[in-house]
Design a protein around this ligand. Sequence first.
Ligand code: PHE
Length: 518
Amino acid sequence: MDQKHDHANQILSLLENNESINSLQISQTTGVNHQELVGYLLQLEAANYIITEGLKKDQLVLTEEGNTILNSQSGEYEIYQKVPEGGIQMVDLQKQFGIEQAPKQKQEQGEKKEKQAEDPKKKLFDLGFGNAKKMGYIKMDKGIISKVANDLPDKIKQELQQFNEIKLGSPQAKLLIERKLASISTIKYFEVKKGVKYSPKFREQFAALTTEQLLNGEWKDCDYKSINLNAEGEKISMGNLHPLLKVRKQFSQILIGLGFEEMATNQFVESSFWNFDALFQPQKHPARDAHDTFFCSDPELSEEVDTQLRDKVKSMHQTGGVGSIGYQYEWSHEEARKNILRTHTTAVSSKMLYRIAQQYKEKGYFPKKYFSIDKVFRNETLDATHLAEFHQIEGVVIDKNASLGQLMGIIREFFRQIGINKLWFKPTYNPYTEPSMEIYGYHPILKKKVEIGNSGVFRPEMLAPLGIPEDVNVIAWGLGLERPTMIYYDIRDIRTMVGPEVKVETVRSNAFCVFESK
Ligand code: PHE
């Protein structure tokens, strides 16, 4: 703490008579290592005593080899010193450097020769020897190496001792770089100026005003840290909803806000009866094929539904009613009992409609708005946009006055609340609705028209067998949960949204709310 203060005061007093001073100069005059100094500077800047500007420049620095020479001697000088007064033969000089001569005959074998040439000691010696000759330390005469003169100085070492005076770009610097004794390195430093709170003496800044300081009047002489209103609070570690659940929650809130009640959806295994037959979907409809539907093997068949209901559905399929001639085929009881994983949430709606019709018998007619959001299953090949299990959102309105116009109105309002304002309806075919409409929306992020749902008015052929009175209309629409979630959370591959591929960190950091209505 005290040392920190001392350094801070040293820096501040250096600035007292200077407009600006750089951190390298400060480091040199104070003797504080540059890296450590930067820490003090940042603290002083945070307290507004100083302002700093980051700068960088190239500097000549000694390489490891340069440093070694500076601390002992150069290679050529070492050779020079090992040459005795009367001269020496090459073999003997090399021996002094630990270089062994290979026996003659072996030298002739190519392989060995190569090995010797690679000897790093020999390489270093050859280099030093060459330089010692070039620099006029030694000479060679008839195989005898001798000193040119006695008591020559180590010129390289002398040069390195003057290293601090060598300017970048000078011929001396170039030579040192060439000889790999120095290199250029970029250093970062700061230009330091006085800040708004500058004073030559550093006063400790308190983080908070204490009762004590207030009571004894110390506060008058204290400096307080300014409050950083942009500081983030400490991250709270807690559970987070998966993106699908976040979107699901928002959808259900929107629907609840529009007066819809949630249906119980906790039954993944459903009989074909509720998923298909009760929806007036013929038994030979391609969607019932094993390619699209997961059939259960154990138990393969579901329990009987109410026989009266079953017979009504059967006769509607076979011969029709309510102005329809039906599909004119032999309806199989067994086929309807086949257990499957529900392929759409409309299976939940059909069951609910039957229940409502039962209640009508006791209580008489009442209008109702229902919704569901849950998993459905289809035997799809998995890819970036398809999973074998996904979620559907479905809304159903049971009302004597329900009309196609009302359906379009509700759909518009629903999508408006998730930020999709431009909608298009396109006629389509569903076995259970007539008219049926695909819903397209202008995607504000993708900036194009995309299919976002399917809808329609439930057919009398479906409603009559369930017991819904003829004057009661039922309108409904459905959409997937995954597509909007992927779009709003920018998830490119649906497979990263489920199972082990889910990144817990993104689940944590994802926005709490994604939809914005205009
Ligand atoms: N069940 C339809 C589907 O799976 C959606 C839908 C629901 C259509 C209700 C019309 C009415 O795509």
